[in-house]
Design a protein around this ligand. Structure first.
Ligand code: BDR
Ligand code: CA
Length: 359
């Protein structure tokens, strides 16, 4: 199995990233760090612990990371995930194991990743990039050691894919989800994002899962129905076995997705189902052949860092925007998949739920 470290900020969709990381048989989850983001660090750490409790993975250690961005104040996605970061989720258990406070989380990550043979370990980021930037700033040799870095973040726009990107009342169509141009994880800490995504050693090892991809992966009614009841055929409503009462875990993950569906319908007018961003970064690390990158496209990535955070997001302009340029064939660069085999992805989620239910 692939040695993998997950850095996250649960977060409704982060919960699905944890499900995959913890229960895919092809992953050896080395540990989890949390970061400020969807809600404050204390809350994302608590949420991570209770999700792992629900997944029966109490043994996996959780280390709280950075409480705020490198240069800026923390921002939280209250309108999407609620104050707690996991609003609307009543079925989560109380964590029995606390997150491990006060540990040198960077040293712990470094030791775990360096403990894997060279060129094997993956680092997956589903939150803001503060911890990841601090890690490679403190330990530059780690960039040479790891096999890959898979990040959920950014939005390319400009017809990069045909995904429905949503609209905000009074603002019309847009491709960013925090500002018209910027995706939340990148916008929260643009300096950290810039450091990571323009890093010359990391860039060719990076897979960037942007909104252009994640908005193709919607938790529709059919998806929720089949995941709730379990099914042999993904995306096939009729094959879901409704004879049995759903397991507590399936009920929990359906509740998570349903809340997310509600806020996406309300805030972005996406009514088909919420884009399930974060587990795609885990899937891209383990099963890249599930994705379509047009035969191996590679990109140079830049992040706009001038500008200040503002409550009135209309004045912040391009801050946090992901600017990509396609490289000539054969040149090393970042992978930004444009498409995905949806049936395979949902089957992966289904198989992880099945496995989690078996333990
Ligand atoms: C990203 O922002 C967060 O709200 C989600 O958890 C995801 O990581 C999507 O822009
Ligand atoms: Ca997240």
């Amino acid at each position: 199995p692939l040695p993998l470290w997950l850095d996250c900020d649960p977060g409704h969709d982060d919960a699905y990233a944890l499900l995959l990381a913890a229960h895919d048989p092809n992953v050896n989850l080395l540990g989890v760090t949390t970061v400020h983001g969807n809600s404050p660090l204390e809350q994302t750490s608590y949420n991570t612990r209770s999700i792992l409790e629900a997944l029966d993975k109490r043994d996996i250690k959780v280390y709280p990371g950075a409480p705020k961005p490198i240069l800026r104040e923390a921002l939280h996605a209250v309108d999407i995930h609620g104050e707690s970061g996991l609003d609307g989720v009543t079925l989560l258990p109380q964590p029995l194991e606390p997150a491990i406070p006060g540990a040198d989380f960077l040293e712990v990550m470094y030791t775990a990743l360096m403990g894997a043979p060279p060129n094997t370990a993956w680092l997956v980021s589903t939150g803001t990039l503060t911890n990841i930037a601090l890690l490679f700033q403190k330990y530059p040799d780690l960039a040479h050691h790891i096999k890959g870095l898979s990040i959920m973040g950014g939005a390319v726009g400009g017809g990069f894919t045909n995904a429905p990107m949503g609209r905000v009342k009074g603002e019309g169509e847009r491709f960013g989800n925090w500002t018209a141009f910027a995706e939340f994880n990148i916008y929260c800490d643009p300096e950290a994002s810039h450091f990571v995504l323009t890093h010359p050693v990391l860039n060719p090892k990076t897979t960037l899962v942007t909104l252009d991809l994640t908005h193709q992966v919607l938790g529709t009614q059919v998806v929720r129905h089949t995941l709730l009841y379990g099914s042999d055929k993904p995306l096939d409503f009729a094959s879901a076995d409704t004879k049995h009462t759903p397991s507590p875990l399936r009920a929990l993950f359906t509740q998570i997705m349903s809340y997310f569906a509600g806020t996406y319908a309300e805030v972005f007018d996406i009514t088909e189902g919420p884009p399930l961003h974060d587990p795609l970064a885990v899937a891209a690390a383990v099963y890249y052949d599930m994705f379509d990158d047009k035969g191996g496209e590679r990109f140079k990535v830049d992040i706009v860092t001038d500008g200040t955070h503002s409550i009135d997001q209309t004045v912040v302009g391009q801050l946090g925007r992901t600017v990509v340029s396609k490289l000539p064939p054969g040149q090393p660069g970042c992978r930004i998949p444009r498409g995905i085999d949806l049936a395979r992805f949902w089957e992966l989620v289904e198989s992880c739920l099945r496995r989690a239910d078996e333990v």
